[in-house]
Design a protein around this ligand. Structure first.
Ligand code: C2E
Ligand code: MG
Ligand code: MG
Length: 561
C-alpha cells in the first residue's frame, strides 16, 4: 500500500502544516520522516522508525520515558491485538537538532485492517509553543504516562484481557478544590494533585488502571467481585487521600459498573461522573453508584430548563405562605409566614420545589425566580399596610448559589425602599453551613443593613453549637428532619431541649420547622420553643387562604387548640 497517497493521510498532512510528519507502513516495514529542522541528524537516516528510536534510544528525557513507552507499546501491541481508537497521543520532551530538550506532542493516526490491527500510521510531531506548554506540562507532569486519550485504549485492552469479569469505573474529585486553591494558593493545589497521582501510582496494581482526566478529576477502572470490594477499595483510598500535611479535604466518588464485554468506555466514565456529582449533595455518602434514575434526573432537569422562562412569563409560579405560630398549648396565633414558591403549570400540574429549586440553583434561574418572589412579597406587604391590617412579617428564602456572586443586599434594600416596607417585615432565611468566610461577610452585610436573619435548616448539615456564638443570625430555624429524628429517642429529646435553651440563653429566637403532631408542638413549647411552623398548624397556603386564616375566617386544617 502506498501510504503517501491515501486520501485520508493527505488530508491529515494538509491540516497539520506546522508539524513534522512521519510515516510507517508496518506490513512493508517501511518508514519515512519528512524533512525538518527539529530532529537530530541521527534520526534523519533512511527507513528510520522514529517511534522505535525514541523508545529505545536516549532522545527522550528520562522523566518522560513512560510516555513514549506507552505510545509505542500501544502501536506494537496493536499489531497483535485490536485497538479501538484511531488516534494515539502523547506529549514528552525530546532532544532536538541543537541538543536541547524541547516539549513535543506526538499524535499518530492509525490505519487498521478489518480485524482492527494497526497496519500503518501517520505520525505528527509538533513542538509545543510556550503557552501550550504551560498547560500541557502541568497536565502531564501529574499524570505521567496516563494521558486521558491513551487511557481509553488501555481500558479497552484491560477489559479485552478479561471480558468475563465485571468492571467498576470509579471517578473522583476533590470537594471544593477551587476553595483550597484560593485559600492556600495554586502551588499548594498543584502539590495536592501531584500527591494524589503518586498515591494512585502506589495503590493501583495491575488490577487497577488510573488516569487524571482533567484538573482534580481522576478515574480508576478495575475489575471486582462485589460492591463491598469496591467500597472497601474506596475506603482505603480515601483514608490516604483525605489530607495533605495539615490541609484536610474530602473527595466525591462516583461508580459505574460495566460488563467486560462493553466497549462504551466513555459512557461508563460519564455515568461514574454523574454519580460523582450526585455524591456531592450526599453528606454522609461520599461514594454513589450510578443508576438509571440518575440519568432520568438529568433528563427531568433538562425538561425543566426548557420551560422555565416561559413558565415565569406565563405566571405559573405562585407565592404560597406557610404561617408561623406562637403556641402555648391552649392557643395558637399566627405571628408571621414563610414565603414558598409553588409551580402550577398551564395544565394544572403541580411540581415540587424539591424537584425544581436544585435545578434552578445549578443553572442560575433561581435568581430570576427569587426576584419575582421578593417583589411579590413587597407588593403583598404594601397591600396589607395600605389596607390597615396588622402587618405580619414574611420571610423569604435566600439561595446560597447567588449569595457571593451579586450584590443582592443593595437590590433588596432598593426593593423595600421602593415599596416603603419597614425592614423588620421583610425577613431572610439562609441555609446554615459552615462555609467560607466570604459567605459570612456577605451575611454580615445583610445584618449591617438591618435585616432580620434566620438560619434555615439548623441541624441538617455541619452545624455546631459553637458556631452560634459569633453568628450574625437573629433566629434559628430547627430543621424538620433533625427534629423528627431527635424526637424519636430520649437522648435526641435532650439534644433538642439543650439546643433550645442554649439558643434562648444566647438571646436568639428559635422556630421549629415541620411540626406535624400535637405531641411535637407540646414538647417544643414545654422546652421553651415559642414559635412553630408545620403541617400540624397549617400547610403552605395561597395568599387568599392565608389572609382568611389570619383574619380568623377559617379554622386551621389540623390544629385543634
Ligand atoms: P425550607 O425553606 O426549609 O422550607 C420548608 C419546607 O418544609 C417547605 O417545603 C414546606 O412545605 C415543608 N414543610 C413545612 N412544614 C412541614 C411539615 O410539617 N411536614 C413536612 N413534611 N414538610 C413541611 P417546600 O415548599 O417543598 O420547599 C422546599 C425547599 O425549597 C425550602 O426549604 C427552600 O429551601 C426551597 N424553596 C422553596 N421556595 C423557595 C423560593 O421561593 N426561593 C428559594 N430560593 N428557595 C425556595
Ligand atoms: Mg426556609
Ligand atoms: Mg427549612
Amino acid at each position: 500500500m502506498d501510504i503517501y497517497s491515501s486520501d485520508r493521510i493527505m488530508k491529515i498532512r494538509k491540516a497539520h502544516l506546522d508539524t513534522v510528519h512521519f510515516f510507517a507502513d508496518l506490513e512493508e516495514n517501511h518508514f519515512i520522516i519528512e524533512d525538518n529542522d527539529i530532529l537530530p541528524d541521527s534520526l534523519m537516516r533512511e527507513n528510520c522508525d522514529l517511534l522505535k528510536e525514541l523508545y529505545t534510544g536516549s532522545y527522550v528525557a528520562q522523566k518522560d520515558r513512560g510516555k513514549i513507552i506507552n505510545l509505542y507499546e500501544r502501536i506494537l501491541q496493536g499489531t497483535k491485538e485490536p485497538i479501538y481508537m484511531d488516534e494515539l497521543e502523547a506529549q514528552f520532551s525530546i532532544m532536538n537538532r541543537d541538543g536541547q530538550h524541547v516539549f513535543v506532542s506526538v499524535l499518530c493516526y492509525v490505519d487498521t485492517n478489518c480485524e482492527g490491527l494497526i497496519t500503518a500510521y501517520v505520525g505528527l510531531l509538533k513542538p509545543l509553543r510556550k503557552k501550550e506548554l504551560e498547560n500541557k506540562e502541568i497536565l502531564d507532569s501529574f499524570s505521567n504516562d496516563k494521558n486521558p486519550s491513551i487511557f481509553i485504549n488501555r481500558i479497552a485492552k484491560f477489559q479485552a484481557a478479561n471480558p468475563d469479569r465485571k468492571y467498576a469505573y470509579i471517578q473522583f474529585d476533590i470537594r471544593k478544590f477551587r476553595y483550597i486553591n484560593e485559600k492556600y494558593g495554586s502551588d499548594v493545589g498543584d502539590d495536592i494533585l501531584r500527591y494524589i497521582s503518586e498515591t494512585l501510582d502506589v495503590m493501583c496494581d495491575k488490577e487497577h488502571l488510573h488516569c487524571r482526566l482533567t484538573a482534580d478529576l481522576y478515574e480508576i477502572v478495575t475489575y471486582f467481585n462485589s460492591r463491598e470490594e469496591i467500597l472497601e477499595f474506596i475506603e482505603m483510598l480515601d483514608a490516604r487521600l483525605h489530607r495533605y500535611g495539615d490541609i484536610r479535604f474530602s473527595m466525591s466518588y462516583g461508580i459505574s459498573i460495566a460488563p467486560g464485554t462493553s466497549t462504551a468506555y466513555r459512557k461508563h466514565g460519564d455515568e461514574a461522573g454523574l454519580a460523582r456529582v450526585q455524591s456531592k449533595s450526599a453528606i454522609l455518602n461520599k461514594a454513589v453508584f450510578y443508576e438509571d434514575t440518575l440519568m432520568d434526573n438529568v433528563k427531568r432537569a433538562g425538561a425543566i430548563e426548557e420551560v422555565e422562562e416561559e413558565a415565569l412569563k406565563n405566571g405559573e409560579f405562585h407565592v404560597y405562605l406557610q404561617p408561623k405560630y406562637s403556641y402555648d398549648k391552649c392557643r395558637a396565633k399566627i405571628v408571621g409566614a414563610e414565603a414558598l414558591v409553588r409551580w402550577i403549570d398551564k395544565d394544572g400540574n403541580y411540581k415540587s420545589p424539591e424537584e425544581f429549586i436544585p435545578v434552578f440553583e445549578k443553572n442560575g434561574f433561581i435568581l430570576k425566580l427569587d426576584y419575582f418572589m421578593w417583589e411579590s412579597i413587597c407588593k403583598l406587604l404594601r397591600k396589607w399596610l395600605d389596607e390597615g391590617k396588622e402587618p405580619l412579617p414574611i420571610s423569604v428564602n435566600i439561595s446560597r448559589s447567588y449569595l457571593q456572586k451579586i450584590d443582592i443586599v443593595q437590590y433588596i434594600k432598593n426593593l423595600i425602599e421602593q415599596y416603603q416596607i419597614p425592614i423588620e417585615l421583610f425577613q431572610l432565611e439562609i441555609t446554615e453551613t459552615t462555609e467560607s468566610t466570604e459567605t459570612l461577610e456577605y451575611i454580615n452585610k445583610f445584618k449591617a443593613a438591618g435585616f432580620v436573619l434566620m438560619m434555615d435548616d439548623f441541624g441538617s448539615g455541619y452545624s455546631s453549637l459553637s458556631m452560634l456564638k459569633d453568628t450574625p443570625f437573629d433566629v434559628l430555624k430547627m430543621d424538620r428532619f433533625f427534629l423528627d429524628e431527635c424526637l424519636d429517642s430520649e437522648q435526641g429529646k435532650t439534644i433538642v431541649s439543650h439546643v433550645i435553651s442554649m439558643t434562648n440563653d444566647l438571646g436568639l429566637n428559635i422556630v421549629a420547622e415541620g411540626v406535624e403532631t400535637r405531641d411535637m408542638a407540646d414538647f417544643l413549647y414545654d422546652n421553651g420553643c415559642a414559635v412553630s411552623q408545620g403541617y400540624y398548624f397549617s400547610k403552605p397556603v395561597s395568599v387568599e387562604e392565608f389572609e382568611k386564616l389570619r383574619d380568623g375566617e377559617t379554622e386551621q386544617s389540623t390544629y385543634t387548640g
